[in-house]
Design a protein around this ligand. Structure first.
Ligand code: FAD
Length: 247
């Protein structure tokens, strides 16, 4: 199998000066909603590649990744400046366990995302399977400023389609914005605001929590859930939360 597939950029949509959604074509095999793929560029005769979650759902023809510029990192700035028609390298295989088929049944599914980690959850929420498996889905999307709260139209579309089953809780940590909690996810769990806003408690007997994004959020929330008798889900030892750390 080829080490890299040749991809072509179709669109690079800049939400602001640091956040972008890159859409591209590549002959990638089937993947599961929530998985990631390695994407790379040839830079100074070397291939630099990093994993990125796919935002699109498996049935869609264009592949899409969502990321922010990391000033000290080698790949994100060149990726940010790609234009329509530019070449991009895409690994032939996807990977990752933040997928619906990997998690046990539960009444409520919570999805906790920090920053660009909203991507895999959008992929999952735009497929029908998750709505058939869970009675209620709570999406918590934490960002620093209101300019970072992207994909709101997509989220509103999901909310409209699944009104009775879906609850969306935006959290903006550094700005007071009407309709958003002005605190971190960990604080909102500790002070009860998250469950109050969702209208449902988090508990070992009825909830599964998927977390994606910052390692700090994942560590802190895992500890809070641990204090409630919940533990990380593994294939051989089914549990109550699943995680994917970006950095
Ligand atoms: P790197 O050399 O990768 O990182 C430089 C430094 O920045 C490191 O210390 C790293 O830990 C830190 N860092 C990495 N990402 C961030 C960030 N977002 N904010 C602040 N510091 C960061 N990133 C996305 O934006 N979208 C995704 O969908 C995504 N999916 C991922 C899936 C997996 C399984 C993993 C492990 C990571 C994922 N990442 C994602 C992170 C991504 O792979 C890169 O690390 C990131 O885009 C920075 O790339 P870089 O080459 O510029 O810097």
């Amino acid at each position: 199998m080829a080490k890299w597939l040749n991809g072509t950029v179709v669109e690079n949509y800049h939400w602001n000066e640091r956040l972008t959604s890159l859409k591209f074509e590549a002959p990638l095999d089937h993947f599961r909603a929530g998985q990631f793929v390695r994407v790379g560029l040839e830079i100074d005769d070397d291939i630099i590649a990093r994993p990125y979650s796919l935002v699109n759902s498996p049935g869609e023809s264009l592949l899409e990744i969502y990321f922010n510029i990391v000033p000290e990192g080698p790949l994100t700035s060149p990726l940010f400046h790609l234009r329509k028609g530019d070449d991009i390298l895409v690994a032939p295989n996807t990977a990752g366990f933040l997928t619906i088929n990997e998690i046990p049944d539960a009444g409520e599914l919570w999805m906790l995302a920090t920053g660009t980690a909203i991507g895999p959850f959008l992929s999952i929420l735009n497929e029908s399977e998750v709505w058939q498996r869970f009675e209620r889905i709570v999406l918590c999307y934490s960002v620093r400023g209101k300019d970072d709260l992207t994909y709101i139209e997509s989220i509103n579309g999901i909310a409209k389609k699944h009104e009775a089953q879906f609850c969306f809780i935006p959290l903006i940590t550094r700005e007071q914005v009407p309709g958003a909690l002005n605190m971190r996810i960990t604080t909102a769990i500790e002070n009860g605001e998250l469950e109050k806003n969702a209208g449902t408690p988090i508990g070992a007997d009825h909830s599964h929590i998927m977390m994606c994004g910052s390692g700090e959020m994942i560590k802190d929330v895992s500890a809070l859930l641990g204090a409630r008798g919940m533990h990380k889900h593994r294939r051989r030892n089914p549990g109550h939360f699943s995680t994917e750390k970006y950095h």
